[in-house]
Each structure stands twice: as C-alpha cells, then as structure tokens.
Design a protein around this ligand. Structure first.
Ligand SMILES: C[S@@+](CC[C@H](N)C(=O)[O-])C[C@H]1O[C@@H](n2cnc3c(N)ncnc32)[C@H](O)[C@@H]1O
Length: 282
C-alpha cells in the first residue's frame, strides 16, 4: 500500500545531533517541525498527490551529523527543491554557460562527484529523493571544490516535465535505477516508453543517454524500449549493450550487485536530430 501524504510529510527520518553519536538520546522532531529549516523540503512538488505510479518509495533513513550539516549550510547555495512551479534557467543555476547533464537517482553521490571532478566543463544536475545522499553529495562537492554540481530534491519526472526547457539537456544518466524485480512492480520502472517520450523533449539533439543496470531483465527492457524509440539511436554499431566506459566510475549499487555475481550492462544511446533539423539534401 502506498504511504499516505501525512506519512511522508511527517516522515520519521531522523537527524542525529552531534551528541547522539556520543550515546545521548536522539533528537525526535515534533510533528510538522521542519527537518532542515534551510535545507530540502519534504516532497516539495507534492508528487504524492499526483495519480501517477512513482519509480521510488520514500525511505526512512538516518541522516548523519555531517550530512545534516551539509544540508543546512550548502542547500541554499547548491540545492534545488523540485517545486514544479518555475522553468529553470540552467546558465543561471550553474552560474556559467556549461553543457548540463541530468543524473537521475545518484544515491550517495560518489560516482556523481567523481564524474564532476573528471569533467569540470560539464554541469551535473543530480536529482534524488534520498536525503542522506543529498547531504553526502553536497559534502563531496565542497570537499573537492566542485562547483559544477547542483543537487535537486524531488521526483525527476516533475523536474523534467515542469521545470526544464525543451532541448536544455546535453545528456541523461540513469545508473542502477531501482530494478523493481517483482512482476507487479514492473510498472514502477523508470525506463519506459512514456519516460523516454518526456526525456526526448528535454534533450538536445546529439545528447548522450547513458543507462546502466545489474538486473538483466531490466537491461533487456531498457535495450528494447530505447531501440524502439524514434528519438534515440544506439551508439554501439552492433545495436547491443556497451561495456562500462572508462568515464563511468563504479557506483555503490553496482558494487553490491557485483558482489552478488550480477552482470552489469551499460547502454549508450544518442538523441537523434529533430525531424525538421535535417540538412538540405538529406
Ligand atoms: C538503486 S539506487 C542507485 C543509486 C546510484 N545510482 C548507485 O548506482 O549507487 C536508485 C536511486 O534512484 C532514486 N530515484 C528513483 N526514482 C527517482 C525519481 N523519479 N526521481 C528522483 N530519484 C529517483 C532512488 O531514490 C534511489 O536513490
């Protein structure tokens, strides 16, 4: 059963003040008390009110003192609540005219920070609903002096649909999305034709779509729907999966999958030109 709205808004995710790590009792927030007055808001766009199957579930997870500190201090600078109420100006958001890639579901953000460090000429708009991960990624960005990451809190679908202008993205990364292995949950998987319809409108021609998964049935589904979609073409000449490119670091979920003996597949597709953009003579 889906959680109720109040379950989410009053989510019992806890912050632990410094003293808790020394063994003193944890701080439990009063009902309605904001978790981080200057940090991310709970369900900012109210996605729980939408009659839509979501690809994630709210998790009750602990935020460490270091993560809480980063959320309080750095959210006003590098954080973004997905409120669904405005169109983003990405040059303004990044403070520079960088090509921007969207990463959906960065988890704890280690791979995101690594890719941002390796390519500082690209902005990464990293979205997840997982609060400890948001704090962790903000910490990693600060520690490594990375200015090309922005951390968005909320449902990536609302970000894409309501807040990103057409053709604004130079890439899309979806690494180890929740596999939803049970048949009755397959409808929750992110990579579906409807998602690709939406993503195609926000991706500039030539943008790279990079997915990876350690769940083979999901890999097959990704390959099938991406290959069938007219807006995307496989960059692999044989039309199949790609080996992990050097520019994608191992991710935390990938490590867990590899420990279980799972096979990892990468998919590298490109957004094709819009139909009306063919050069004369094509
Ligand atoms: C299985 S984890 C993978 C994390 C990371 N990429 C890794 O490989 O370690 C998938 C993440 O996607 C996030 N997620 C799923 N659907 C999302 C959505 N629609 N919007 C934002 N985040 C989403 C989940 O919260 C979760 O943190």
């Amino acid at each position: 059963m889906d959680p109720t709205v109040s379950d989410f808004l009053d989510s019992t995710e806890e912050t632990r003040p410094a003293s808790a790590e020394d063994g003193s009792p944890r701080h439990h927030r009063a009902k309605g008390e904001p978790r981080f007055p200057d940090g991310p808001q709970a369900d900012p766009a109210g996605s729980h009110f939408e009659r839509r199957i979501r690809s994630f579930q709210p998790r009750r997870s602990r935020v460490t003192t270091g993560q809480a500190d980063a959320l309080q201090r750095l959210w006003p600078k590098w954080g973004l609540d997905i409120d669904g109420r405005r169109t983003l100006d990405l040059a303004e958001l990044f403070g520079a005219d960088l090509p921007v890639v969207l990463e959906i579901g960065f988890g704890m953000g280690e791979a995101t920070a690594q890719m941002a460090a390796d390519d500082q000429g690209t902005g990464i708009l990293a979205v997840d609903v997982h609060t400890p991960g948001q704090g962790n990624l903000l910490n990693l960005a600060e520690r490594n002096s990375l200015t090309n990451i922005r951390v968005a809190n909320g449902d990536a679908i609302i970000l894409l649909r309501e807040m990103l202008p057409p053709d604004s993205l130079n890439g899309l990364r979806v690494f180890f999305p929740d596999p939803w292995p049970k048949k009755r949950h397959h409808k929750r998987r992110l990579i579906q034709p409807e998602f690709l319809d939406l993503a195609a409108t926000r991706l500039a021609p030539g943008a790279l779509v990079h997915c990876a998964t350690d769940w083979e049935p999901y890999a097959e589904q990704m390959l099938e729907v991406l290959s069938a979609h007219p807006a995307f073409e496989n960059t692999l000449p044989d039309g199949g999966f790609a080996p992990r490119p050097e520019f994608r670091p191992l991710t935390r979920f990938e490590g867990q999958g590899l420990d279980k003996g799972h096979v990892v597949n990468d998919l590298l597709f490109r957004r094709v030109q819009h139909r009306d953009q063919h050069t004369p003579g094509d």
